[in-house]
Design a protein around this ligand. Structure first.
Ligand code: DLL
Length: 434
């Protein structure tokens, strides 16, 4: 373990530490950030109101729009001269969500990533190829400094230039690959096309994150690369990667609870849900200086698990993300998550793990089309085999989703590959009104 004292701390001691840090954070933002002062005043809360951890429930939620409304630096709790780094999440529309780090925040961030890398099996003997894009995105820099902290050799490849990635991986003998699951899949495809075998490379571990993926996708990545694929979670607003990560037992992602207090809420009512129930993850940062966030609504759907992990860590774990409250599609009144579609498709033969969901409106009726790529083009010669494959996929989708979806079989390698976060959903329902 990277930090045995913290990672195996008793619940009682952890809660005492969390409470102390929560009280200090509330006090700090109350005094330093006008936005929080106003919000807490309106809710009738002062720093003295936080007497137990349960009192966290009295604090109002913070949401992404609060960061947008105070763009770019309005929620910072320290003067700019103390900010040593800026990152941002791109978002699809409008201004980026901007975050700032003090030197202490950067240390804390590296500590978080050092823990998750170590629990996935990384050591100073490893060579880590970082295939996240360097830039305002937090993925590359976060993993970079955490892996350097444990003494690993870091290769700052950035994303893209996929053939070169494979060459470097062979020549520099990379043992760890850091990327999104979808890019790792694309890289595996390029490696195979180049005639490079997994026995020609030294890769042992994948540290994957930044987007949702299923157990089926993990199995695919482990098979194609011959590695242990682990997953880690985070978001720019909270720190970047490092909020949580899986150990080699892959029983959920251990949360760095000394820095992040997690809660699960019903995203409609805001009510806090009991252990084990799925809902929206809400996180309070309790040691960040640059931009502390109280009860931040992540929109990510998961549940918390407190039962012991075979690795000996005592931290609470979060389940694989099921989806985001804002990427849940509602098709003819039925909730559909892209990850459900992924888990169906990856269990079916003759198709590749690349897919896209296209949603349209036919009059008032929503229609879902799942575009799936064939594994090889030989099937294209047989209409009857194509037809029966399509029927089979439609049936499997119906069983899991509870609605009919159209299935379009596409020729191999026609669905766009991503070198970062994959775009799985094309929702065209709003198009005509524009
Ligand atoms: O993606 C931070 C990160 C980088 C995490 C590298 C892990 C590795 P953002 O760009 O702000 O930050 O996007 C945050 O990505 O709210 C989730 O919806 C999604 N996400 C991140 N990790 C996972 C994961 C980074 N392991 C958003 N599983 C989050 C599912 C994930 N979704």
């Amino acid at each position: 373990m990277w930090n045995k004292e913290i990672e195996t701390m008793s619940r009682k001691d952890m809660q005492a530490l969390q409470l102390r840090r929560l009280q200090a954070t509330v006090k700090r933002v109350y005094n330093k950030v006008p936005f929080y002062r106003k919000k807490l005043d309106e809710a009738g809360i002062t720093p003295d109101s936080i007497k137990t951890l349960e009192d966290i429930k009295k604090i109002p939620f913070t949401v992404k729009d609060d960061l947008r409304d105070n763009y770019p630096f309005g929620l910072f709790a320290v003067p700019m001269k103390n900010i040593v780094r800026i990152h941002a999440s791109s978002g699809t529309t409008g201004k980026p969500t901007t975050v700032g780090y003090t030197a202490a925040d950067l240390d804390m961030w590296s500590e978080c990533v050092a823990r998750l890398a170590t629990m996935a099996g990384a050591t100073a003997d490893d060579t880590a190829q970082i295939a996240f894009g360097y830039g305002l995105f937090t993925g590359a820099f976060g993993l970079h400094y955490g892996l350097e902290k444990i003494g690993a050799t870091v290769i700052p490849m950035s994303s893209g230039n996929t053939e070169k990635q494979i060459m470097i991986m062979q020549d520099y003998k990379s043992t760890i690959l850091v990327s999104t699951p979808s890019y790792a899949l694309y890289m595996a495809e390029v490696m195979e096309d180049l005639g490079v075998k997994k026995s020609d490379i030294c890769l042992k571990v994948g540290l994957f994150g930044a987007e949702g993926s299923t157990e089926e996708m993990r199995a695919e990545l482990e098979k194609r690369w011959g590695i242990i694929a682990t997953e880690n979670y985070g978001m720019s607003e909270l720190i970047g990667p490092g909020v949580s990560g899986e150990c080699i037992h892959k029983t959920g992602m251990h949360i760095n609870e000394d820095f992040f207090i997690p809660e699960i809420i019903n995203s409609e009512t805001g009510e806090v849900l009991p252990e084990g129930e799925f809902g929206e993850l809400v996180i309070t940062t309790v040691s960040k200086e640059g931009i502390p966030l109280l009860r931040y609504r992540t929109k990510d759907i998961t549940c918390l698990m407190y039962e012991p992990c075979p690795c000996g860590r005592t931290s609470v774990r979060m389940h694989k993300i099921q989806g985001r409250t804002d990427d849940m599609l509602i098709i003819r009144g039925v909730n559909v998550f892209p990850t459900q579609v992924e888990s169906v498709l990856l269990g079916i033969e003759h198709i590749s793990p690349h897919y896209q969901l296209v949603v349209t409106k036919n009059g008032y009726i929503d229609e879902l089309k799942v575009v799936v790529e064939l594994e090889d083009s030989s099937l294209l010669d047989s209409f009857s085999r194509l037809e029966s494959l399509e029927k089979h996929i439609r049936h499997k989708l119906h069983v899991v989703l509870g609605i009919d979806a159209k299935v379009q079989l596409a020729e191999p390698k026609t669905i766009e590959r991503s070198v970062g976060k994959a775009k799985r959903v094309i929702d065209l329902r709003g198009e005509k009104q524009k």
